[in-house]
Design a protein. Structure first.
Length: 131
């Protein structure tokens, strides 16, 4: 395991970015959980949720995204990610609503197209039409 101590906030952000690029979800989750203890920053909360989604643990990710939304409601990515988790756990209407709200906020996204496609697919499945 990686041994971590409090340091500078940007160090943990860069380490989280590197672990994301490496698709090292277990260590990403660990690093962000440690950083969350030392820094009051919703980024690390959201990244823990993101790591869980990448491991297919959508139900476990929900509390992290809920906490991130509460801490930073102006970042749409957290709300859209929470919606994604609800879609994946069978709560389609709640998921679609949250993704739409997150997209309308429009901040914090690198993968905006991913969420737009999720929303489109969920809407098409509900209407019985899939292109």
């Amino acid at each position: 395991a990686i041994e971590l101590e409090p340091a500078r906030l940007d160090y943990y952000g860069e380490l989280a970015d590197l672990l994301t690029l490496e698709a090292d979800w277990e260590n990403l989750r660990y690093v962000c959980s440690q950083a969350e203890k030392w820094f009051s920053n919703p980024f690390f909360i959201g990244q823990q949720g993101y790591a869980l989604t990448r491991m297919g643990k959508f139900r476990e990710a929900i509390p992290f995204f809920q906490k991130a939304v509460e801490a930073d409601p102006a970042t749409g990515w957290y709300k859209a990610s929470l919606g994604w988790c609800y879609l994946e756990t069978g709560k389609k209407e709640k998921g679609k609503k949250l993704i739409s709200e997150g997209l309308s906020i429009g901040t914090g996204f690198e993968e905006k197209g991913f969420f737009e496609n999720l929303l489109k697919e969920a809407s098409q499945k509900n209407s019985g039409k899939i292109d």
